[in-house]
Design a protein around this ligand. Structure first.
Ligand code: ACO
Length: 343
């Protein structure tokens, strides 16, 4: 059975920086840099310009991951794309990325399959577990796995939405997951979900059970209530469950591998709130130096967070061959997961 390892990483964030002060001064949101930073660790985030979609960010990140993996894009056997901000309701965003990568053009078109994952902050880890399983089963050799988000198009820039709006940022991270005979790669993973909390962190945008599914006025024009248009979050509930589930899933995976927390060289945690990660770090008794964080610069980039962290850690030399890496995430659904890999 081949092993599955991450052979290339890449990321892309849009150039426009929006600081906490910008949210207050330019967008007119009733907030302060002090409130946001103290509660979340966020200083600034990136916003894509109008006209830029999740597949555009994904394209840049993917090109860089493919180059660093040292493969030709035509060697990709499958695209897995995780997002909560898809380009459209359907089709999935993976096919837009496939087309933008030029994989359905010319004589060498591969028409590679494209699979969308809709598991929010855990989406990348759900995708990684899927990619690794397919590679270990011998059915795939190179899977392009991408997390990409354009949150800034669908958050509430009035003070009503300040809790959620101050958290999120745009960006994309990509990895190539490849087969190898070497003794490295994904060792173990565990995923979970608890649908009882589906509404605790959700964007209703429309209700497909209703006729019409988007409320219309007498002229047939869509009338969208802000409560449906923008994300709803029960922040305190999310915080509590995130802490519990992330610790639980990580200890399940490490125990299964006969490892303890001290054996982990690098913790790559989802970045929803720096305070969540700091709390977990203290609970498990791991040194802060073993954690990589970027929430201060990018905010919560949901499915893109973990692959962006991996790409940055590789670029800066913090991620080296042979390291034991624990990737852990929790998010809307609720969904969560942990993947343990030998880099
Ligand atoms: N600026 C100023 N005041 C604010 C802001 C802001 N940006 N946001 C909220 N407030 C106010 C609230 O309106 C409230 O005011 P009130 O008491 O007058 O009503 C007060 O601050 C307290 O609000 P809470 O929501 O109770 O604040 P809390 O201490 O819970 O912190 C936070 C909010 C930071 C969002 C926290 O709950 C949290 O991080 N939760 C987890 C978030 C998370 O992990 N999300 C995952 C998303 S990932 C995904 O899957 C999509």
């Amino acid at each position: 059975m081949p092993n599955a390892y991450i052979s290339g990483t890449g990321f892309y964030v849009p150039p426009r920086v929006v600081t906490n002060d910008d949210l207050a001064n330019q967008y007119g949101i009733d907030t302060t840099d002090e409130w946001i930073y103290q509660r979340t660790g966020i200083k600034e985030r990136r916003y894509a310009d109008e006209g830029v979609s999740a597949s555009d960010l994904a394209l840049h990140a993917s090109e860089s991951a493919i180059e660093r993996a040292g493969i030709d894009k035509r060697d990709i056997d499958l695209i897995i794309l995780a997002t909560l901000s898809p380009d459209h309701h359907f089709p999935g965003t993976g096919v837009h990325l496939q087309e933008k990568l030029g994989l359905c053009e010319g004589e060498n078109a591969t028409f590679v399959p494209a699979l969308d994952v809709r598991n929010q902050c855990s989406g990348f880890l759900y995708g990684l577990a899927t990619a690794a399983s397919m590679i270990q089963a011998g059915t795939m050799h190179n899977v392009l796995l991408v997390g990409t988000e354009v949150h800034s198009a669908a958050i509430d820039f009035t003070s009503r939405g300040r809790t959620v709006t101050s958290l999120f940022g745009d960006g994309a991270g990509a990895t190539v997951v490849s087969a190898t005979e070497e003794d490295r790669g994904v060792r173990s993973w565990k995923l979970g979900a608890d649908g009882r909390y589906a509404k605790a962190l959700s964007l209703k945008i429309w209700d497909i059970a209703k006729r019409p599914y988007i409320p219309l006025d007498e002229n047939g024009i869509g009338q969208m209530d802000p409560e449906m248009m923008y994300p709803f979050m029960n922040g305190k509930l999310v915080f509590r469950h995130a802490v519990e589930r992330m610790i639980e899933v990580m200890s399940q995976v490490t125990r299964e591998q006969d490892l303890c927390i001290d054996d982990i060289d690098l913790f790559v945690f989802h970045q929803a709130n720096l305070r969540i990660n700091e709390y977990i770090q203290k609970q498990i008794g791991a040194p802060a130096e073993k954690f990589v964080n970027n929430i201060g610069r990018y905010g919560n980039t949901t499915a893109a967070t973990i692959p962006i962290l991996l790409a940055e850690a590789e670029e800066s030399g913090r991620l080296e061959r042979g390291m034991k890496v624990a990737m852990v995430a929790f998010g809307s659904g609720f969904t969560w997961g942990c993947v343990l890999a030998d880099w």
